[in-house]
Ligand binder design. Structure first.
Ligand SMILES: C[S@@+](CC[C@H](N)C(=O)[O-])C[C@H]1O[C@@H](n2cnc3c(N)ncnc32)[C@H](O)[C@@H]1O
Length: 185
């Protein structure tokens, strides 16, 4: 099911301010994030959403950003420092077989998976690993680019999420995207 991983040199392009014409990170995320939350962001790239998440969780919250490419993580760390949020952003390096988040069981309030699940080698394992980190009542906002991911493929991803014990709570309208808000009962 996996496709080619977005190359690290695309990282700066994903930070392009023009992208805000399609998706406004603060407006997208504000309904889901509260101060003090622990947010998990798998596949953050160089952090288009990460600094907004860090701003919204405030000084008592944290964002755990997990990417498979060290150069994406380097860019993200630099951006977190420049934004003054380095102390709220933890970075981790995933491997092909694991997101390296087994220690986060039942501790995460919100997961943001934006344009990344289709790149993982096993979406089935992805949802299993991520669901285990979520507290009861926590949310996962899943967004996939409609240009890359066909509706059938998105539906298959949702089936894996349901198999991992999550439930579909809403289908937010996000331009040029498939999206679902999933909840852990
Ligand atoms: C298309 S980029 C999206 C980046 C960011 N979410 C955004 O929307 O700006 C996909 C990101 O997922 C990461 N990724 C791909 N496979 C991964 C995996 N198995 N584990 C963790 N990160 C992964 C890539 O390295 C890349 O940074």
């Amino acid at each position: 099911m996996s496709e080619r991983v977005c190359p690290w040199w695309m990282g700066p392009l994903l930070l392009n301010p023009l992208r805000r014409w399609t998706v406004k990170p603060d407006r997208l995320l504000a309904p889901y994030v509260r101060e003090g939350m622990t947010v998990l962001e798998p596949g953050p790239g160089m952090g288009f959403f990460t600094t907004v998440l860090a701003s919204l969780v405030g000084p008592s919250g944290k964002v755990i950003a997990v990417d498979i490419q060290p150069k994406m993580m380097d860019g993200l760390r630099q951006r977190a420092v420049q934004s003054g949020f380095a102390d709220r952003v933890e970075t981790r390096l995933a491997t092909r077989d694991s997101l390296q988040i087994a220690d986060l069981v039942d501790s995460v309030d919100l997961v943001l998976a934006f344009a990344m699940v289709h790149e993982t080698p096993s979406p089935e394992r992805f949802f299993r690993e991520v669901a285990a980190t979520m507290k009861s009542g926590a949310s996962l906002l899943l967004v996939e680019p409609a240009g890359h991911v066909r509706s059938e493929k998105f539906a298959a991803e949702l089936e894996f999420a349901l198999s991992a014990g999550l439930a579909i709570a809403a289908s937010p309208a996000i331009r040029r995207s498939h999206a679902a808000l999933l909840k852990k009962p």
